[in-house]
Write a protein that binds this ligand. Structure first.
Ligand code: ATP
Length: 203
C-alpha cells in the first residue's frame, strides 16, 4: 500500500470547485468530494439523519421522512449556533468517510487524489493535504453565480457566502490560486496543464 499524494481543492460557494473537480475526474483523476459524502449521509436512510432530527426537529423533514435541504439551509445559514451544531454532526462523519477513501486509493496504488472540500481550511482538513488549490473569483461575480445557480435572493446568497472564511483568506493559505472569472474553457486548460505536471511528477 502506498500513501497517495493529496491535493485539496477548495474555494468559496459557487467559485467553481464542482466544475473543476468534474473536469479532473473526466480526465481520469481520483476525486473525493465532501459534498458527495455529505449528500450520502443525508440521503434516504443516511447515517446522519437521526442526529439531524434530534437536533433540528421534524420541521426540516418532509412528510416522507426525507430531509428538506432548503428548510435546513435557511435555518442554519441564518443562525451561527445552529450552523455549528449541524457542522458538528456532519463534519466528523464526512472526514471519516474521506479518510477511508484516501486509504482505499492507496490500496489501489493510485498516485494522487483530489479532496474537494468547500470548508477545507475551516475544518482543518487541509492537514490531510500535501498541497491545496483555491478556486477564486471576485465576490460580486460569486454572488451572481450563486443567485443564478441556486435560484436564491441576493440576501440568501450573501448569508451563505458570509458563513465561510473569506475567499481572500483561503487564497492566501492555498499553495495555488486558480481564477474562475473567465470562460470555463480557460480554467479547464489551466487544470489540464496542472494535471499533466502532477502525472509527470508523481507517475
Ligand atoms: P458550491 O460550493 O456552492 O457547490 P462550487 O464551488 O462547486 O460551488 P460550481 O457549481 O462548480 O461551484 O460553479 C458555480 C457556477 O460557475 C457553475 O454554474 C459553473 O458552471 C460556473 N462557472 C462559470 N465559469 C466558470 C469557470 N471559469 N470555472 C468554473 N466554474 C465556472
Amino acid at each position: 500500500m502506498n500513501k497517495p499524494y493529496v491535493i485539496g481543492l477548495t474555494g468559496g460557494i459557487g467559485s467553481g470547485k464542482t466544475a473543476a473537480a468534474d473536469f479532473l475526474a473526466e480526465r481520469g483523476a481520483t476525486v473525493i468530494d465532501a459534498d458527495v459524502e455529505s449528500r450520502a449521509l443525508t440521503a434516504e436512510g443516511g447515517e446522519a439523519l437521526p442526529r439531524i432530527r434530534e437536533a433540528f426537529g421534524d420541521g426540516v423533514f418532509d412528510e416522507n421522512g426525507l430531509l428538506n435541504r432548503r428548510a435546513l439551509g435557511n435555518l442554519v445559514f441564518g443562525d451561527r449556533e445552529k450552523r455549528l451544531a449541524l457542522e458538528g454532526i456532519l463534519h466528523p462523519m464526512i472526514q471519516h468517510r474521506m479518510i477511508k477513501k484516501i486509504r482505499q486509493a492507496g490500496v489501489e496504488d493510485v498516485p494522487f487524489v483530489f479532496l474537494s472540500v468547500p470548508l477545507l481550511f475551516e475544518t482543518g482538513m487541509d492537514a490531510l493535504c500535501d498541497e491545496t488549490w483555491c478556486l477564486s473569483l471576485p465576490v460580486e461575480e460569486q454572488i451572481r453565480r450563486v443567485m443564478a445557480r441556486d435560484d436564491m435572493t441576493r440576501e440568501e446568497a450573501v448569508a451563505r457566502i458570509e458563513s465561510q472564511m473569506p475567499l481572500e483568506e483561503k487564497c492566501r493559505r492555498a499553495s495555488l490560486v486558480i481564477r474562475t472569472n473567465r470562460p470555463i474553457e480557460a480554467t479547464q486548460a489551466e487544470l489540464a496543464v496542472l494535471l499533466r505536471e502532477l502525472r509527470r511528477r508523481l507517475g
